[in-house]
Design a protein around this ligand. Structure first.
Ligand SMILES: [Zn+2]
Length: 440
């Protein structure tokens, strides 16, 4: 997850980022949704599951540590995927499998007459191979790279599956439990892209990603990433002086990009995040490469602004060539990231259901906002999707100092259980809140 906000922010956050929704602007939750929850809450089987989850906190955290201590760097999630597959099968889905892309998928079938809901969490972390992922406790905090991003989401998903499997609850719709690969960085959402490429009849999507219950992501910040490699003849800095330089061209490009002004709404941002190149201080550089990240809360704005960045690259090349009356500098532009933007409308049933579930487990909606997660993909396809953070406290994601404290960590699992049940419907008790989408 590339979070727009740190979860510990209170309602203040609602006013800051343009995509955040002020509580006062929230549409009323339809009575039918509240009625569904009232019926579920009154049902003894549901009450039994919620009680079982209430006592699961310690066991859940042990599982979170086990999952986290299996490294899962980008493009190297297999080891963790195999463990997760074993756990999914033990938790009641013997038919669970690993797909071609490496996702772990298990379907808990409903009666067959209902919607198909995906509940997912991502297997990968941002941390490269060799990172020490051992969990260490200090002053009630548990430190380890990836401890909540996304070992916490993976644990909540498994716990809900396990507890459901032990119950007699039958859902009307199917719940598809998924451990995705490639959510982070250059993984470029390859797991969730494969999931929607392969399974065409998904009606709703929930990603469990992040810490601090109360945050609902309904807006996908899109991002396009590029590597631009400038190439030139190179040469001795003294004897070949007068030749254009790949680094000088790169420098012109960075300056031009740096001066671009993106739209404020939808929030659109850019950065030249990495630079490298050159062979030695006394050589005219033959190559240099920059990594560019462009993001926006709107697809049109993303594409519009991207054009300006790409033009700046070519202008820089032309300028460096002109400076030396040459044509030997060129630039090779490669797109290395495509996370589409999108939004799940605030008056969607999936958001109504998510808002209504939280008070029933003793939590409250704290923010409805934008971020870049696995939900980007279904949102960009117009499929109802949200990303939820889980309970407990934590901080420092994407840094070696990432930490988590399992305070009331069971509540996140209770929330997901109740929400998934309301969305897919409970056979003989409630109708699904999630609509079945027309066949595609
Ligand atoms: Zn994440």
């Amino acid at each position: 997850m590339f979070s727009v906000s740190r979860v510990l922010l209170t309602a203040v956050m609602l006013a800051t980022t343009s995509a955040a929704v002020a509580q006062t602007e929230l549409p009323p939750i339809p009575p039918a949704v509240e009625e569904s929850y009232a019926k579920l809450a009154a049902h003894s089987e549901v009450a039994a599951v919620l009680a079982a989850l209430k006592g699961a906190g310690a066991r859940m955290f042990e599982e979170q540590v086990r999952i986290n201590e299996i490294p899962a760097p980008p493009f190297k999630e297999q080891l963790r995927a195999e463990y997760y597959l074993k756990k999914m099968r033990e938790a009641g889905l013997p038919g669970a499998y690993i797909d071609k892309e490496g996702n772990v998928i298990g379907v808990r079938a409903g009666t067959g007459k209902g919607p198909r809901l995906v509940v997912s969490a991502h297997l990968d972390t941002v941390f490269p191979e060799g990172t020490d992922v051992k969990v260490r406790e200090k002053d009630g905090r548990y430190y380890a790279p990836g401890i909540y991003d996304d070992a916490l989401g993976l644990t909540n998903l498994l716990t809900v599956l396990e507890t459901l499997s032990k119950s007699n609850i039958k859902t009307v719709g199917d719940i598809i439990f998924v451990g995705t690969v490639g959510e982070e960085e250059l993984g470029d959402l390859r797991g969730v892209k494969a999931l929607f490429r392969d399974i065409k009849d998904i009606d709703g999507f929930i990603s469990l990603d992040g810490v601090g219950l109360g945050r609902i992501v309904n807006h996908a910040t899109g991002s396009h990433r590029y590597l631009a490699t400038f190439k030139g003849p190179g040469g001795h800095s003294f004897s070949a002086f007068g030749l254009p330089s790949a680094i000088h061209a790169m420098g012109r490009a960075v300056a031009k990009i740096g001066d671009l002004v993106p739209p404020a709404d939808p929030k659109t941002t850019f950065t030249v995040g990495t630079v490298n190149g050159g062979t030695s201080v006394n050589a005219i550089a033959a190559t240099s490469t920059i990594g560019i990240d462009i993001r926006s809360n709107g697809n049109a704005a993303l594409i519009e602004f991207e054009k300006k960045v790409l033009t700046a690259l070519q202008d820089a090349v032309n300028e460096e060539n002109a400076r030396w009356k040459s044509d030997k500098i060129s630039v090779e532009i490669k797109q290395v990231g495509d996370r589409p933007a999108g939004v799940t409308p605030i008056d969607s049933p999936i958001i109504h259901a998510a808002r209504a579930a939280m008070p029933r487990v003793g939590a409250q909606v704290r923010s409805i906002t934008a971020s870049s997660t696995d939900s980007n993909l279904p949102m960009s396809l117009g499929i109802p999707a949200i990303t939820l953070s889980s309970s407990g406290t934590g901080g420092g994601s994407h840094s070696p100092g990432e930490w988590y404290s399992p305070v009331n960590n069971h509540i996140g699992a209770q929330n997901v259980f109740l929400l998934a049940l309301a969305l897919t419907g409970m056979e003989g008790v409630t109708a699904p809140v999630l609509a079945k989408r027309p066949a595609r």
